[in-house]
Design a protein around this ligand. Structure first.
Ligand code: NAD
Length: 587
C-alpha cells in the first residue's frame, strides 16, 4: 500500500474481494475515487492526501486490479452491471447511511457515468466528478448522431476521435494485449508515462501489479465497448449534479465528445485544464481543489451552477491562484477583477497598501472565493522573496503570475539621468525579473504547469525619441518573456508578453518627465492625461486580452489598434516606424 495513513479493508461481492482504502474522518462526507485503465487505486494517492483533511476519502482497486481479486472466468466478468454491483457494495460498506461523492478518472469515469445514470444507484450518489472518461451510452449516441446527419464538421469530429481511439481496437484483439503488457510494454510503461504524459515517476506509482492489471483490464473494453456503442441506452440521464473536468491535450479523448453533455446531465459544471490524460498525477492540486469545492457546494445544498463563477473563462480559472502586481490601479486592478469574475483566488500586490487592500476587497465581492492584498515594492528582491514565501505557505503555489507593476518615464536621452534610468529599470525590468525568478521557480518546482504574463508595452517594439528609458525597459521585458517561454515550454508553463498602446489609467499622472521642473512636469502630466482620456481605451479590455492570452497561450499580444498597427509595421515596414520615431512628441 502506497498511500500514507490509509486504513484498509476488504469487501466481498459477486465472487470477488475488493481491496478498499480509507483516509480521513469517517464522519465527514465520503468522496469515493475510482481509478482507470491501466491503473490501480494508487493513481489517486496525491489527490486523496489533499482531500483527506476535509473529507472521508475512499479508494478501491477495481476487480482484477491491484490487490482486488479477479473474476473467473475473466470473459463476462467485467460488465458495467457487475462493476455497478461492486460500487454499491463498497458504498454500502464505507458509507451506509449517506450518499457518496463519486469521482472517476478514465475507466473509473466510464464506470462512474454508468453508476450516475442507472436507476438502482439513485439515492446512493450525491455528486459525480468525471475526468477523461465518457459514458459509453453518450458516446454511442454521439457517433450515431454524426453518422445519421453527417456534415463535413461532424465527419471530421468522427475521424478525429476515431484516430484517438486506436488503442481501443488493439485491446479488442485476443491475447496480444496480454502478451504485450506482461512483456515489454509492462516494463516500459512507467518510462513512457514520464516521457509522453509528464507523469512524475516514483512515489509507488505505477504499482508492481501493472502488467496483471492491464491484462485483466482489457476485459473492461471487450465486455462493454462494442455492445454499448451499438445499442446505447436511450435513458442514460444523470440523476446527480456532475462536474466535468476536461484536459484539453488528452491524446485519447477529444473535448468535442462532450459537446452535447448538457442534454444528458442537466446539472453540469464544466472545467478545463491545459493538461494531458493523467491529471490525477500531473495536476493533483487543481483536481483536488475542484473536487473539494464541488463536494462542499453540494453538501451545503447550493445548486451546482450557482456554486461556480460564471464570468468569461470561469471553466478554466475557477479556484486557481492568480497573483497580480501593480494591482492597486489601472490595468493591474482590472486584471485582478477579471480573474475574480472567473472565480480565481486573487493575490493583489502593490506598493500602495490601501489600493491593494481595496482591490482584494472588491475582488471578493465580484466573485473571487478568496482574495488578499499584499504590500511590496517589486524592485526589492528581498521583499519579493519574503512575499513568495508567505504566498506559498499561506495561499499555495501561484497558477497564474501577472508581472504588471510599472512606471512611466518620458524625456530625451540626454535629459534622462543615471538615477532616472535606475528607477525605471528597477521597477519595469527588475520587478519582472524578480517575479519570474522567484514565483516562476516555485511554479516549475511544483511541476504542475502554470502561466506567467508580463506587461510590456507597444513601446517595446516601437522606437521613439521621447521614451528611450521606458521603451528600453519594455523591450527587455518582451525579450525576457520570449526567452523564458522557450525555456519553460517543456514544463507546461506558458509565458505571454502583453503590449498595450495608449490605455486610460493613472500612469499618465505619475509619469516622470526627465528634464522638466516641477511645474512643467505637472503641466505635461495633465496634458498627457487629457490625451489618454480622449483616446479612452479602457484597462478592462487589456484585462480581457490577458485572460485570453493565458487560455490560448499566446506569446506576444499587442492590445489597442495602434499597438497592433505598430507591431505589424515593426515586422513589415520598420523604416516607416523609424521615421515616425523621429517626430517631436505632440506635447
Ligand atoms: P497605473 O499607474 O494605473 O498602475 C500601476 C500600478 O503599479 C500602481 O498601482 C502602482 O502603485 C504600482 N507600482 C508602481 N511601481 C511599483 C513597485 N515598484 N512595486 C509595486 N507596485 C508598483 O498604470 P497602468 O497603466 O495600469 O500600468 C500597468 C502596466 O502597464 C505598467 O507596466 C505599464 O508600463 C504598462 N503599460 C501601460 C500603458 C498605458 O497606456 N497605461 C501602456 C503600455 C503599457
Amino acid at each position: 500500500m502506497n498511500i500514507e495513513g490509509a486504513r484498509e479493508r476488504w469487501v466481498r461481492t459477486g465472487g470477488v474481494e475488493l481491496c478498499v482504502a480509507e483516509l480521513g474522518d469517517a464522519s465527514q462526507p465520503t468522496v469515493l475515487l475510482v481509478h482507470g485503465y491501466p491503473d490501480s487505486k494508487e493513481v489517486w494517492s496525491e489527490v486523496a492526501e489533499r482531500l483527506a483533511d476535509r473529507f472521508h476519502v475512499v479508494l478501491y482497486d477495481v476487480r482484477g486490479h491491484g490487490r482486488s481479486t479477479a473474476p473467473a472466468p475473466l470473459r463476462g466478468g467485467f460488465t458495467l452491471e457487475k462493476l455497478t454491483d461492486d460500487f454499491l457494495a463498497v458504498a454500502d460498506a464505507v458509507s451506509p447511511d449517506r450518499p457518496v461523492h463519486l469521482v472517476g478518472h478514465d475507466w473509473g469515469s466510464v464506470q462512474g457515468w454508468e453508476f450516475a445514470t442507472v436507476e438502482r444507484t439513485e439515492g446512493r450518489i450525491a455528486s459525480f466528478t468525471s475526468m477523461s472518461g465518457p459514458s459509453l451510452d453518450h458516446f454511442g449516441h454521439w457517433i450515431k448522431s454524426r453518422m445519421s446527419r453527417p456534415t463535413p464538421r461532424k465527419v471530421a469530429q468522427l475521424f478525429g476521435q476515431g484516430a484517438k481511439s486506436w488503442y481501443v481496437y488493439m485491446l479488442h484483439t485476443p491475447v496480444l494485449p496480454e502478451l504485450a503488457w506482461r512483456g515489454p510494454l509492462g516494463k516500459r510503461w512507467p518510462k513512457m508515462l514520464e516521457r509522453l504524459e509528464n507523469v512524475p515517476s516514483g512515489g509507488g506509482y505505477p504499482t508492481a501489479s501493472l502488467p496483471q492489471d492491464a491484462s485483466h483490464g482489457a476485459w473492461l473494453y471487450r465486455d462493454n465497448v462494442r455492445a454499448r456503442l451499438r445499442r446505447p441506452r436511450p435513458d442514460a440521464y444523470a440523476h446527480v449534479p456532475v462536474q466535468l473536468i476536461t484536459p484539453l491535450d488528452d491524446v485519447f479523448l477529444s473535448p468535442k465528445l462532450y459537446a452535447e453533455l448538457e442534454h444528458w446531465a442537466p446539472q453540469l459544471v464544466r472545467r478545463t485544464l491545459p493538461a494531458k490524460h493523467w491529471v490525477p498525477r500531473t495536476r493533483p492540486d487543481q483536481v483536488a481543489a475542484w473536487i473539494g469545492e464541488f463536494v462542499r457546494a453540494n453538501e451545503d445544498g447550493i445548486p451546482a451552477k450557482e456554486a461556480v463563477a460564471t464570468g468569461p473563462y470561469a471553466d478554466r480559472f475557477g479556484g486557481q491562484l492568480v497573483l497580480v502586481t501593480g494591482a492597486a490601479s489601472g490595468i493591474g486592478r482590472a486584471t485582478a477583477f477579471a480573474f475574480a469574475e472567473a472565480g480565481a483566488r486573487i493575490v493583489a500586490v502593490d506598493r500602495d497598501a490601501e489600493g491593494a487592500m481595496r482591490t482584494a476587497e472588491m475582488a471578493r465581492l465580484i466573485g473571487a472565493p478568496e482574495a488578499w492584498g499584499e504590500v511590496v515594492d517589486v524592485s526589492d528582491e528581498q521583499a519579493m522573496e519574503k512575499l513568495a514565501e508567505k504566498v506559498a505557505t499561506e495561499y499555495g503555489v501561484v497558477d497564474v503570475l501577472v508581472n504588471n507593476a510599472g512606471i512611466g518615464l518620458s524625456g530625451s536621452f540626454f535629459d534622462t539621468t543615471a538615477e532616472d534610468w535606475k528607477k525605471v529599470l528597477d521597477v519595469n525590468l527588475w520587478g519582472v525579473i524578480h517575479g519570474c525568478r522567484i514565483f516562476g521557480k516555485q511554479m516549475a518546482e511544483r511541476g504542475q504547469g502554470g502561466h506567467i504574463v508580463n506587461t510590456a508595452s507597444a513601446a517595446a517594439y516601437q522606437p521613439s525619441r521621447a521614451l528611450p528609458a521606458y521603451s528600453t525597459s519594455k523591450a527587455a521585458v518582451l525579450m525576457l518573456s520570449e526567452c523564458l517561454r522557450a525555456e519553460l515550454a517543456g514544463q507546461g508553463i506558458g509565458v505571454s508578453a502583453i503590449c498595450p498602446g495608449l490605455v486610460n489609467t493613472n500612469i499618465t499622472s505619475t509619469t516622470r518627465f526627465a528634464g522638466a521642473d516641477a511645474t512643467e512636469e505637472k503641466r505635461l502630466q495633465k496634458k498627457t492625461s487629457r490625451l489618454y482620456g480622449l483616446r479612452n481605451f479602457p484597462p478592462e479590455k487589456v484585462a480581457s486580452a490577458i485572460l485570453r492570452a493565458v487560455v490560448k497561450n499566446r506569446a506576444v499580444v499587442p492590445v489597442t489598434p495602434e499597438a497592433r498597427g505598430a507591431h505589424l509595421m515593426s515586422r513589415f515596414a520598420p523604416r516607416t516606424l523609424r521615421a515616425i520615431a523621429r517626430l517631436e512628441p505632440p506635447l
